[in-house]
Ligand binder design. Structure first.
Ligand code: NDP
Length: 265
């Protein structure tokens, strides 16, 4: 219906700063893709290397890096003209659902005792999350218009399906990896198996990409689309790097698997 189809339309998109920020975010995404795809995998996890600054304990690193998605998102959201409306509120809660897990639950489940992440990666992740959270929050509570009927529109429902499916799949896939290690000090790598792992090396990344595609569809916004593209630009090359790493590490690694997307790539 007409009201629902108005969702995501701009209210005052003429405020130049927000448009410029979105443009800068897309430009940053292109730059990041070129670097991580053609030059260097982000130096953490199995791709960690010396020379990227002092090490921050992995658990603390994840909490610091992801925390802006909780506090910047909440602060900016509440400055928006539509912050008390129903649909923006639901979008905020969905975003928080993902980031409460990523920031406050996932780091405590990692088997990462004694492992460190270079401070430059932590800083880059932190700044990315500040920037991205500002874009998402500002859109959903200030520039986007989301009348209540948007919740029952086919577009919102499709987006929500992808978002929840991606969220659940991402947690499942991370769980498989976390359970490959016997205890918190175990640093070994094994071949993950079962369900989506029979098709791709990195179903956790695949599901994360699907989740933010769902967000882009649900929010019907350039901001949401920018987040989806940035996730793909970051995790696509990383999935390729993981995939190649598995081939080198394990001579019996299943040849039929793709890197990120079943049957495709
Ligand atoms: P990885 O798949 O590299 O690792 C996830 C965890 O599992 C790590 O603790 C890792 O240990 C461990 N692990 C991975 N593979 C194996 C294996 N074969 N055997 C034993 N243990 C293994 O994911 P990331 O650390 O890059 O990302 C973690 C989560 O964050 C993912 O869900 C990802 O989707 C999300 N993320 C989202 C981003 C976005 O742009 N939205 C960006 C980056 C991550 P170790 O660290 O020691 O390798």
């Amino acid at each position: 219906n007409a009201e629902a189809s108005a969702a995501g339309a701009a209210v005052g998109f003429d405020e130049g700063w927000y448009g410029a920020a979105l443009g800068a975010f897309f430009a940053m995404t292109v730059l990041m893709f070129v670097i991580v795809n053609f030059f260097i995998s982000a130096p953490y996890g199995r791709h960690v290397r010396r020379g990227w600054g002092f090490g921050v304990a992995v658990r603390e690193a994840w909490i610091i890096m992801e925390s802006p998605a909780l506090f910047v998102m909440a602060l900016v959201y509440h400055t928006g003209q539509f912050h008390s409306l129903h649909v923006p509120h639901i979008l905020l809660r969905l975003h928080q659902m993902h980031y409460i897990h990523r920031t406050l639950i996932f780091p405590f489940r990692m088997r990462a005792d004694g492992k460190a992440m270079p401070v430059s990666v932590v800083a880059a992740g932190f700044l990315f999350n500040v920037f991205n959270s500002y874009l998402q929050a500002r859109w959903i509570s200030h520039y986007g218009t989301y009348p209540t009927p948007w919740l029952s529109s086919p577009q919102f429902l499709l987006g929500a399906l992808l978002f929840f499916g991606g969220f659940a799949g991402n947690i499942w896939a991370d769980n498989v990896l976390l359970n490959l290690r016997s205890d918190k000090e175990d640093r070994s790598y094994k071949i993950p198996r079962g369900f989506l792992y029979e098709y791709v090396s990195c179903p956790n990344y695949f599901c994360e990409v699907v989740e933010w595609l769902g967000w882009a569809i649900m929010t019907n916004s350039l901001a949401g689309f920018a987040f989806f593209v940035a996730t793909l630009a970051n995790l696509g090359p990383r999935a390729k790097a993981h995939h190649q790493w598995y081939y080198k590490k394990f001579s019996d690694y299943p040849r039929s698997r793709k890197a990120l997307t079943p049957f495709i790539y």
